[in-house]
Design a protein around this ligand. Structure first.
Ligand code: ZN
Length: 150
């Protein structure tokens, strides 16, 4: 399955293979504000899943870059809940950790809204990154980390 929107316009969403960890897990990066889509709707959930399935053939890490995110990018509570529920079921064994970088106050509110829909395991696998050193601590190499702007 491929994303129905990016099939026609590769810049509609921003999902990038950044690199692999020494043990072969994929490091996947997304900066939603770099994509053309403004609002995340219920229809976009399947498209997001299509992108994430590309990353998840084995274990993977997900870096979410909040740079440039505005209120209009925010999903509704209903969409947020549906998305989080789906991710936690589908990638329960392969999504190793989620890193949120360049968080701003708007995205911090979204994160607080998301927490009631997250299981303990998901909360443990989530880090709001304040320093690049936190990527080193998770085994990312310096070349990978140098690609990240924060
Ligand atoms: Zn897409």
């Amino acid at each position: 399955m491929e994303c129905s929107r990016c099939k026609h316009d590769a810049t509609f969403h921003n999902f990038e293979f950044l690199s692999r960890t020494p043990s072969g897990e994929t490091i996947f990066y997304t900066c939603p504000a770099k994509g053309k889509q403004r609002e995340m709707t219920e229809d976009s959930i399947l498209d997001y899943i299509a992108h994430m399935d590309e990353a998840s053939s084995g274990g993977w890490y997900w870096i979410i870059d909040c740079n440039g995110l505005e209120s209009f990018h925010m999903p509704s509570i209903a969409v947020l809940q549906k998305f989080l529920t789906l991710i936690q079921e589908r990638y329960r064994f392969v999504l190793k950790h989620v890193f949120i970088m360049n968080i701003n106050w708007k995205m911090n509110i979204l994160l607080q809204m998301a927490k009631p829909f997250m299981k303990d395991q998901a909360k443990e696998r989530l880090t709001v990154v304040k320093s690049k050193l936190q990527f080193f601590a998770n085994g990312f190499d310096s070349h990978t980390i140098s690609k990240l702007n924060m």
